[in-house]
Write a protein that binds this ligand. Structure first.
Ligand code: PLP
Length: 358
């Protein structure tokens, strides 16, 4: 028998979550953001779930974009970091892909690429994220150059929010973006999941949800995924493979960082950081054992983690465990571990077998 750990990807949850996004998007079209192997869920699985539902797919890697196209995806495919060298643009033209243009060198690249036809592009403004995007000083000349270039087709204007899930919100960036777009008459794309759920004014023409499609709340402290109508698409399950009885003063695992204060029963789960479970998750990180919530104990090791069985007396070797997903919200695990569900999903290790349902 293989190690009992496995991840389940539920395609019906992926479809449900896109329907939730659409309900918020009103008439805006929806890019499904599938970068990072569809946030760890598998590009092929995401493409299968959203094949007939997405208006487009957005990702970073050119090979993955080609893979999507060759798998029969007909919708637009957006490359969020655009071309890294001129040759990329020729390949994008061959596979009818849409690059983001986020710096002036990429403007020159497309003008000089010798493209065979008119390529649709997204022009990205830096409105305060200060990662990718043209500055306000570069914007108008770049836009004029693209508009005058016979190889450039329809242009959409985009920006990305830095704090749509937080206190600062989006107004400050919206104001800058509105000023840059004024009078252009071009379609616009701004909203990630947090903006889509919080700020309908940012919907514009195309929204770009990622995390909510996978069942994570972009702001779990404000509203849980369940409250938002989102369903977990990835569930990481394993089993108890050993049970130990601790006396007061006994500790668990490396570093002896958890010490029992009274006699207690603990279980050892076949899941560790080599499976993608965060090593920095502290004692008490939520875990579901045999249908009941309990907590982890001590340090996460490479292949195992200990859990408290005091509240689950019936659970012995072979008892089912949910590390995150259905029955144990990934957002709660991530919060306890000081991270975000994005990181948990993306970190799922290749050694974990994946089962696809729905
Ligand atoms: C440009 C861009 N748009 C949209 C998204 C989706 O964001 P989220 O997963 O927070 O919805 C991302 C993700 O980081 C992004 O980089």
């Amino acid at each position: 028998m293989p190690r009992p750990i496995r991840a389940t990807i539920d395609l019906s949850s992926l479809r449900n979550n896109l329907a939730v996004a659409r309900a918020h998007a009103a008439s805006a079209k929806c890019w499904c953001v599938v970068k990072a192997n569809a946030y760890g869920h598998g590009l092929h699985n995401a493409a299968t779930a959203w094949r007939d539902l997405a208006d487009g797919f957005a990702l970073l890697d050119l090979d993955e974009a080609v893979q999507l196209r060759e798998s029969g995806i007909r919708q637009p495919i957006l490359l969020l970091e655009g071309a890294f060298e001129a040759a990329d643009l020729l390949r994008m033209a061959e596979f009818d892909l849409t690059p983001v243009i986020h710096h002036v060198e990429q403007v020159a690249m497309i003008v000089n690429a010798g493209l065979p036809g008119r390529m649709p592009v997204y022009l990205k403004a830096n409105t305060g994220m200060n990662r990718l995007g043209l500055s306000s000083g570069e914007w108008h000349a770049a836009l004029a150059t693209l508009r005058a270039c016979p190889q450039v087709g329809p242009i959409t204007l985009m920006t990305h929010f830095a704090d749509a899930d937080g206190e600062r919100g989006i107004d400050w960036q919206m104001a800058r973006f509105d000023a840059l777009c004024a009078g252009s008459g071009l379609p616009r794309s701004l909203a990630n999941s947090a903006a889509l759920l919080r700020f309908p004014a940012a919907n514009a023409d195309w929204v770009r949800p990622g995390i909510m499609l996978y069942g994570g709340s972009p702001f779990p402290a404000r509203r849980s995924a369940a409250q938002l109508g989102l369903r977990p698409a990835m569930t990481l399950r394993s089993q108890i493979i050993s049970v130990q009885r601790l006396d007061p003063g006994d500790s668990v695992g490396y570093g002896c960082i958890f010490t029992a204060q009274q006699p207690m029963r603990i279980g050892v789960v076949a899941c560790g950081y080599a499976d993608g479970y965060p090593r920095h998750a502290p004692s008490g990180t939520p875990v579901n054992v045999a249908g009941r919530m309990t907590g982890t104990l001590g340090r996460v090791s490479m292949d195992m983690i200990a859990v408290d069985l005091e509240t689950v007396p019936e659970a012995g070797v072979g008892a089912p465990v949910v590390l995150w997903g259905e029955g144990c919200p990934a957002d709660d695990v991530a919060t306890a571990a000081g991270t975000v569900s994005y990181e948990l999903f993306c970190a799922l290790a290749p050694r974990v077998p994946v089962e696809v349902i729905g």
